[in-house]
Design a binder for this molecule. Structure first.
Ligand code: ZN
Length: 192
């Protein structure tokens, strides 16, 4: 069963209540950006109190500072005026449960969805798979505080990121909804 019809139905209701949002400007009104994980339990609009037009939210698996996330952040400040950035990873992230090797082995086995059991991910597909997975760095997360620090460091040391932008490092706790600071990351990320 596809969710297509449910989504289109929900959108009709949203568009009906759209109000004056047609007048929003392109630059984020509150001039900040969040880089966070795509995890379905995280809703940055709710956990950070955002409305449409407020901020840029860049999401990928893990909320990692990949080349593409940095591309978005550079556009965010250079063309659209954001002045503060957050890197927010989270507890119980799926990116903690596999390695580059495991992921490429799962994909080499089949292109079907793997199963997550007590012993980790296991491929249950029929195959064939593909060996292309070994050419991608999946940016897995062995430890959240380290991954936040690594990503804030990567962003701050990028040649196209000005020293004046502070980058705050946080972990979202999926069991409480709270944001917990990673002080070493925020320290590396401070504006200079
Ligand atoms: Zn995650």
């Amino acid at each position: 069963m596809s969710v297509l019809n449910e989504i289109l139905e929900a959108n009709k209701g949203y568009a009906k209540e759209f109000g004056d949002k047609a007048n929003l400007a392109i630059p984020p009104a509150r001039r900040f950006a969040i880089l966070t994980c795509m995890d379905a339990r995280l809703d940055p609009a709710k956990y950070a109190g955002l409305s449409e037009g407020d901020a840029h939210v860049i999401r990928n698996a893990g909320g990692r500072a990949s080349d593409d996330a940095i591309r978005s952040l550079v556009i965010s400040y250079k063309l659209l005026g954001t002045k503060e950035w957050f890197v927010i990873h989270h507890t119980n992230c799926g990116m903690e449960f596999f390695s580059n090797d495991l992921m490429s082995n799962l994909l080499a086995s089949s292109l079907e969805t793997a199963e997550l059991g007590a012993a980790g991910f296991k491929d249950v597909g029929q195959g064939p798979g593909s060996n292309e997975g070994k050419y991608i760095n999946w940016l897995t997360i062995p430890d959240q505080a380290s991954s936040v620090l690594e990503d804030v460091t990567r962003i701050k040391s990028h040649a196209l990121v000005p020293a004046s932008i502070p980058v705050y490092g946080y972990i979202y706790d999926v069991s409480t909804g709270s944001l917990i600071e990673v002080p070493e990351a925020t320290k590396v990320g401070q504006a200079r």
